[in-house]
Design a protein around this ligand. Structure first.
Ligand code: FUC
Length: 790
């Protein structure tokens, strides 16, 4: 493995706006260490001087599930005939019932749910001391982490990346003088169910989890140039080398198949991955990684008009005001890019599991909320940005995971709810946990199946791919809708169809027909119907869906103080600041509430009452809400809240503690401020805040298979470019459509669109690029530019 000469790393260089960098090593995993990942594998880099520390993960390493005595997907261990009907009757009688009373009837202690596990840490004992010129950085342009410093006149440099091609994590340790690379590599983990051996420069970590007997294995190959390499029991020592390369891969015998969730032993796979990478040059590995990553990352570029000041990222964040401080725009643009980086790094085509509450990064054996898949908002939020910010490929493990829930979820639907279709409740794991536990305010949420299914329909709306609709999305959506066809209840108050028992996540009493339940159910029935009609299938089901939609309570009510009601009863408190704003589902991620309607005005009243606080993900959601309400200033204020109060030095979102949904939700929120398409019109720069005076965005996606670029100047849209992936009509709404504009294709041929208010429409051809220019803006700003620059 020939190595290139070390690059000039670690030497302070002007920030390029897409680099997180720091002038000292990380000492804290959660707030400081820098994440790299390729989907299945993740690691965080500390950049230590005496000892380097790399904590790593493989996404399927989970305790719990089959193998744990008593694990049964969360379904009731003993049938409870009449239990749901009993709770329903009580709700019909009393209107609202305390969650504890419902949990006592319908909940049960959780058995064998498990938790996502750390794979352990690699330590490189370097023995360096007295480092000068220290720099630690993460380049979002290349998805490469670097560490550099000088000790006794020798520049030491390290570089790490997680490559999706080949499924490896790669590190290079080098120095600017020959023979200066010496270290001892060892593995440590809190697990006592493993062995660590070293042979031929390869460290192998292998074991079986204690509770479910899951087999896990990791291998790290050390390749040296010059010097000596020695295997020493459970560690490997490198002495006097010119440079060294580490190649790590890891796996388990997890499979995403119900009911056993076990597949092949990981040994052969891990060995092959490490062998193949070790046989390639560092340069080849790096090139393959960067090309693969950039294929996704480079599709979108956001410029908010700010230049990154030459200060480390922790200071950039601390100095951030949300106003006009020198680094404010740069941090916002960096944070947007980071959300996309984190999704690419924790969710890829070849992943078995989607990004969890911490993406793929976890240093614990008992992480917060098991680092699981909460489906009363969190998993869904992780994927809000995926299509919008042009990362379609990252949705594959989400689809795969949701599809894998259908088998266990059908059993739960049948046995617990007496219903067709499939269901999942408040949270789930990689082993088909679709039933319930007994945490009173967060155990019952059968609407989750419909909510997770919405994303598949939305993917179809973005791509227009009918084969995907037929083969992947519709089977999931149909089952989620069938569940509700059977489980809806006739409300004795008014004869409408309602969800009951119904619980607005994680808040208030149980009742019938809470707003979020009705909005989600209405949506899944409508999506199933639309899909069945498009695919020309299931005529009898179409009739059932139509009938249910006709009888369904819509879950949209304006209450006594002008608020959008969270429940069917007018019970909302003006002083309630709960983090879940569930009754606004129809505004976002749903699309039933349109700006300018009485419901939208009521949503504003509710949002204002809820306030600008909340957990990281709650603030992120509020960016999206205000963007959908076309209030760019308020959306930006929420973004500022997020950056000031819910973002750590490594720019991870904090709930607290670290939870990645807020990163993803905020990136989606920024995209919503720039392009919206939920109503089949591409609305460009719908919520541009005054703080973003000049800027541009390239490559966002809109429903209808469209890619959108925009530029703006002096707070006004300037140009909009739309690139259709399919031939057909295109509708674009932009404020300047009401004034003077010109539309032309990429060859300069004029297009004459139809105009309806601020909306232009024309018949577009696949593969072309149509640009709308604001002629008024050109006229206004050109003389100003001339006087500024004589
Ligand atoms: C939901 C939220 C909590 C937390 C958890 C993982 O239940 O209400 O705030 O984010 O998921």
């Amino acid at each position: 493995m020939p190595h290139p000469p070390p690059a000039r790393l670690g030497v302070p260089v002007p920030a390029d706006g897409l680099t997180l960098w720091y002038d000292r090593p990380a000492t804290d995993w959660e707030t400081q260490a820098l994440p790299i990942g390729n989907g299945p594998l993740g690691a965080v880099v500390f950049g230590g001087v005496a000892t380097e520390r790399l904590q790593f993960n493989e996404k399927t390493l989970w305790t719990g599930g089959p193998g744990v005595p008593g694990y049964d997907h969360g379904g009731w261990k003993v049938p409870r005939p009449g239990a749901v009907a009993g709770v329903r009757r009580r709700i019909d009688r009393e209107g609202r019932v305390a969650p504890e009373a419902v949990a006592a009837k319908l909940g049960q202690p959780r058995t064998g749910f498990g938790a996502y596990q750390t794979f352990g840490e690699l330590f490189l004992d370097l023995g360096h001391a007295g480092a000068a010129g220290y720099r630690r950085e993460l380049s979002l342009r290349e998805a490469v982490a670097r560490v550099g410093y000088t000790v006794a006149g020798v520049r030491h440099e390290r570089e790490y990346f997680a490559s999706n091609p080949g499924n490896v994590i790669v590190g290079r340790i080098s120095a600017d003088r020959g023979g200066e690379v010496s270290f001892t590599l060892r593995h440590a983990s809190p697990r006592d169910d493993k062995t660590v051996t070293a042979a031929g420069g390869r460290l192998t970590v292998r074991g079986r989890l204690g509770d479910n007997a899951m087999v896990f294995e990791a291998q790290v190959q050390v390749v040296v140039q010059g010097g000596t390499r020695t295997d020493a029991g459970d560690r490997i020592t490198v002495t006097g080398a010119d440079s060294a390369v580490l190649v790590l891969s890891a796996g388990t015998d997890y499979a995403d198949t119900y009911p056993s969730y076990r597949g092949e032993d990981p040994h052969a796979r891990v060995t092959a991955a490490v062998d193949a990478a070790a046989a390639s040059s560092y340069d080849q590995l790096r090139r393959a990684h960067v090309a693969d990553y950039r294929k996704l990352f480079d599709r979108v570029e956001l410029d908010l008009g700010g230049r990154a000041p030459g200060i480390p990222t922790d200071r950039l964040r601390r100095d951030y005001t949300g106003g006009a401080a020198p680094g404010d725009r740069a941090l916002e643009a960096l944070f947007f890019a980071y959300g996309r980086y984190l999704l690419i790094s924790s969710s890829r085509e070849n992943d078995l599991l989607p990004a969890n509450l911490q993406g793929v990064w976890n240093d614990s054996t008992s992480p917060p909320w098991s680092a699981d898949y909460h489906v009363n908002i969190n998993l869904q939020m992780n994927y809000w940005l995926a299509e919008q910010t042009n990362l379609h490929e990252t949705t594959r493990p989400y689809d795969r995971y949701v599809t894998s829930m259908v088998a266990p979820g059908s059993r739960t639907a049948r046995e617990m709810y007496g219903a067709r279709g499939w269901v999942v409740n408040n949270e789930t794991n990689p082993f088909g946990f679709t039933g319930v536990h007994d945490w009173a305010t967060a155990f019952w949420f059968p609407e989750a199946a419909a909510w997770v299914a919405r994303h598949l329909y939305d993917t179809y709306r973005f791509t227009g791919d009918e084969a995907y609709l037929r083969d992947t999305a519709y089977p999931v959506i149909r089952g989620a809708a069938e569940f509700w066809l059977d489980f809806l209840h006739t409300d004795p108050r008014d004869g409408t169809l309602v969800a009951s028992p119904s619980y607005s996540p994680e808040h208030g009493d149980f009742s019938a027909g809470a707003s979020m339940s009705q909005q989600i159910v209405g949506e899944v029935l409508a999506n199933a119907l639309a899909a069945a009609r498009t695919l020309e299938v299931d005529e009898a089901l179409q009739e059932e869906l139509e009938a249910a939609l006709t009888g369904l309570d819509p879950g949209l009510r304006v209450g006594s103080w002008g608020q959008l009601q969270e429940w069917k009863g007018d019970w909302d408190s003006r002083t309630d600041t709960h983090r879940h704003v569930s009754h606004l589902y129809a505004l976002h991620p749903g699309d039933r509430i349109r700006p300018g309607t009485p419901e939208a005005e009521a949503a504003k009243v509710s949002l204002a009452a809820r306030g600008d606080g909340g957990t990281g993900w709650s603030r992120a959601w509020k960016i999206n809400f205000w963007a959908r309400l076309l209030d760019g200033d308020r959306a930006h204020r929420m973004l500022a809240e997020q950056l000031r109060s819910a973002t750590l030095d490594n720019l991870w979102d904090t709930h607290p503690p670290f939870q990645i949904d807020g990163n993803f939700g905020a990136t989606a929120g920024i995209a919503e401020m720039l392009v919206q398409s939920q109503h089949d019109v591409v609305r460009v720069l719908p919520a541009l805040p005054p703080a973003w005076r000049d800027g541009s965005v390239r490559g966002l996606r809109a429903r209808g298979d469209l890619t959108v670029d925009a530029t703006w100047r002096n707070g006004a849209p300037d140009t909009v470019t739309v690139r259709p992936g399919r031939t057909g009509p295109v509708r674009v709404a932009t404020p300047f459509a009401a004034g003077r504009y010109r539309v032309h294709d990429e060859e300069g041929h004029e297009v004459v669109p139809r105009r309806d208010g601020d909306t232009l429409s024309w018949d577009a051809r696949a593969g072309k690029a149509y640009t709308i220019e604001n002629e008024a803006a050109v006229a206004i700003t050109a003389p100003a530019a001339l006087t500024l620059d004589p």
